[in-house]
Structures are given as structure tokens and as C-alpha cells.
Design a protein around this ligand. Structure first.
Ligand SMILES: [Fe+2]
Ligand SMILES: [Fe+2]
Length: 165
């Protein structure tokens, strides 16, 4: 794993611990799930795994800083989260401007799950919905996150059956 991605992971965790320590564990768990699921989908779709992980680790930091968040926070979090992610990646110092823009665009689009955007944005949306779907499965709330989550899960299942790495 790259050194710059390790730094992004640490920055996301430290931010949550500093700003909202009561929510840091819950928030960071979600960021980690989305980063991991995003990397799997990126590998399957031939996209950049590292940037998908960076987007996963950064996509809800702005929102988690504000937990328990309001509906207004939820409504604003994709656009505001993209700005925060851009600042954090610039501060990290090793990402090229076009890489930062790619991740910022993914985060800006990630709450628009009913529309189709560029392939990288679609990976973050699918990974996010899949994370919520898997966490909700014990509560019987899976349907809230379909059909996007079910399709992504089917895609991963097909990946396993074919024996691909
Ligand atoms: Fe989000
Ligand atoms: Fe999320």
C-alpha cells in the first residue's frame, strides 16, 4: 500500500478523533468499509484502486465531524466533503492536481445515487451503498439501498465464481 494512502488514512482518523471523538470509531469503520469495497470494485472494473481507497477514506469525514448530524448536514455533505477532501489531499502533498480533482469529483457526486456519473464516481456510490446494505442486512433494511447495492453484490459474486483474483 502506498505511503501517501497511509497518510490519508491517518489524516482521516486523526481528524475524526480531534473533532468528534465520540463518533470516530463508528465513522472510521464506515470509511474503511467503503475504501475496501471500492478497491474491490475498482479492480474488477479496471479503475484506479488507490484513488478509490482515498475517496473511501475521505468521503464522509465532513459529515462525521458533525454527527449526530442534521438533514441539512446530510444535504450539504457531498459538496462540503469534496472541499474538505481536496484540502486534505493538497495538505498531504503527494497527489497530482488531476488525482485530487478525480477524488473530489467522486465525493461531490457520491450522494446522487439515482443518477449515473463517471466510472470512478459510480464506484464510490456502489461501495457506499454496498457498505450500508451489508450493515443493514441484520436489521432487515437492505431494500433501502437497492437496487444499486444488489447489483454491486452480484458483480462481486460473479467475480468470485469465475475465480478471478
Ligand atoms: Fe456520504
Ligand atoms: Fe458513506
Amino acid at each position: 500500500m502506498s505511503g501517501r494512502l497511509e497518510k490519508i488514512k491517518r489524516m482521516a482518523l486523526e481528524d475524526l478523533l480531534n473533532v468528534n471523538p465520540d463518533y470516530a470509531a463508528t465513522g472510521y469503520a464506515h470509511l474503511s468499509y467503503v475504501a475496501c469495497l471500492g478497491a474491490l470494485l475498482a479492480r474488477k472494473r479496471g479503475c484506479d484502486m488507490e484513488l478509490c481507497q482515498a475517496a473511501g477514506f475521505l468521503h464522509d469525514v465532513w459529515l462525521h465531524e458533525r454527527a449526530p448530524y442534521s438533514q441539512a448536514d446530510c444535504d450539504a455533505h457531498a459538496a462540503e466533503g469534496a472541499k474538505l477532501a481536496r484540502r486534505m489531499m493538497e495538505q498531504e502533498g503527494e497527489f497530482a492536481p488531476e488525482e485530487i480533482e478525480t477524488v473530489a469529483r467522486m465525493i461531490e457526486n457520491h450522494d446522487f445515487t439515482r443518477q449515473t456519473d463517471d466510472p470512478m464516481s459510480e464506484i464510490l456510490k456502489d461501495a457506499d451503498m454496498l457498505s450500508h446494505y451489508l450493515n443493514a442486512s441484520a436489521l432487515g433494511r437492505e431494500e433501502e439501498f437497492n437496487p444499486r447495492a444488489a447489483l454491486a453484490l452480484e458483480e462481486m459474486h460473479a467475480l468470485n465464481k469465475k475465480g478471478e483474483k
